[in-house]
Design a protein around this ligand. Structure first.
Ligand code: COA
Length: 246
C-alpha cells in the first residue's frame, strides 16, 4: 500500500502523506510517489494546482531516519533529492496544509510552496545541525532570504522549533486557522478557475530572481548533506534516535 494518497477533482490534485503511525516520516518510496504525482500534474493540462497535505495529527516528522541510516553516497538521483528538485521546478501552484509537526523537509518543502495554510497546532523545525547534517532543499538560501541571516542562523544552529504565529511573522505560512484544510481547498478551487497560462507565467516571474541561484544552492547543499550523512556526528545522532526507546 502506498503511503501517499492521491485525489484529483475539479483540476486540483491533492497529495496526502499517509503514514500517521510514524508521524508521516517520509521514506524513499514516498518521495518517489510524490515526484510521480508532481510529474503527472505537470503533464496533465487538466490539473491546475497541487495541494500537499497529510493525514493524522502531524504534517511530517521529516525524512525517515532509518533511511538516513542506510543511505550511502547519495547523488542527485536519490529519491529525497529528486523530490527537492521536483518541488523547486514545479511550475504550477503548490499549496500546503500543515498541522502538528513539520520537521526537516516538512518545513523546508514549504519554502517552495506558493501558499501555506497552517492549523494552530502547527510547529516547524529544521534540526539538521542537531542531527550532524546541513540544511537542504535550498533552505540555506530561501530561509535566510525570508528571515535574514541572523534569524536563520538562530533557527538552524539551535534546531529549535517555532509555532504557527512565528512562522506567519516570518512569511513561511500565509494563514492560520482551525479549518486550514477547507481554506486551502477553497483557495485551490479559486485558482483552478483562473487562466492557467497566466498563473504559470506569474509563478515563473515570481521565482525568476532566485530560481537559478536556488538550483545551485540545492546542488551544493546536497554534496555536503551526503557527506554529512556518513559522519560520526550524524551516525551518533541517528543511533540516539533509533535506540531511544530500547
Ligand atoms: N523517522 C523514522 N521514524 C520516525 C521518525 C523519523 N523521522 N519520526 C518519528 N518516527 C516514528 C518513531 O520511531 C515512532 O515509531 P514507533 O512507534 O514504532 O516507535 C513513531 O514514529 C512515533 O514517534 P515518537 O518519537 O514516539 O513520537 P513523539 O511524539 O515522542 O516524538 C518527535 C515526536 C518528532 C519529537 C520525534 O519522533 C522525533 O524526534 N522524530 C525525528 C525527527 C527528525 O529528526 N527528523 C529528521 C529531520 S532532518
Amino acid at each position: 500500500m502506498s503511503h501517499i494518497l492521491t485525489d484529483l477533482s475539479d483540476g486540483i490534485l491533492t497529495l496526502s502523506l499517509n503514514r500517521p503511525e510514524k508521524l508521516n516520516a517520509i521514506t524513499s518510496a514516498m518521495y518517489l510517489d510524490l515526484v510521480a504525482g508532481l510529474r503527472s500534474a505537470s503533464a496533465d493540462i487538466g490539473i491546475r494546482v497541487v495541494v500537499l497535505r497529510a493525514e493524522g495529527a502531524n504534517f511530517t516528522a521529516g525524512n525517515d531516519i532509518n533511511d538516513f541510516m542506510t543511505a550511502a553516497n547519495l547523488d542527485m538521483d536519490a529519491p529525497g533529492f529528486q523530490f527537492i528538485r521536483a518541488i523547486h521546478e514545479f511550475e504550477k501552484p503548490l499549496i500546503a496544509v500543515v498541522q502538528g509537526r513539520a520537521v526537516g523537509i516538512g518545513t523546508t518543502a514549504l519554502l517552495h510552496c506558493d501558499l501555506v495554510f497552517a492549523h494552530p497546532s502547527a510547529s516547524f523545525s529544521m534540526p539538521f545541525v542537531t542531527l550532524g547534517l546541513v540544511p537542504e532543499a535550498g533552505s540555506s538560501f530561501l530561509f535566510a532570504d525570508l528571515v535574514g541571516h541572523q534569524k536563520a542562523a538562530e533557527v538552524f544552529f539551535s534546531g529549535e522549533s517555532f509555532d504557527a504565529h512565528a512562522a506567519m511573522k516570518m512569511g513561511l505560512v500565509s494563514s492560520i486557522g482551525e479549518n486550514a484544510d477547507e481554506q486551502a481547498t477553497a483557495f485551490a478551487a479559486k485558482i483552478a478557475l483562473q487562466p492557467p497560462t497566466a498563473i504559470v507565467n506569474t509563478k515563473a516571474l515570481l521565482k525568476s530572481r532566485s530560481h537559478d541561484a536556488v538550483s545551485a544552492v540545492i546542488q551544493a547543499e546536497a554534496q555536503l548533506f551526503s557527506r554529512a550523512l556518513q559522519s560520526d556526528e550524524a551516525r551518533d545522532a541517528f543511533m540516539r534516535f533509533l535506540s531511544r526507546k530500547g
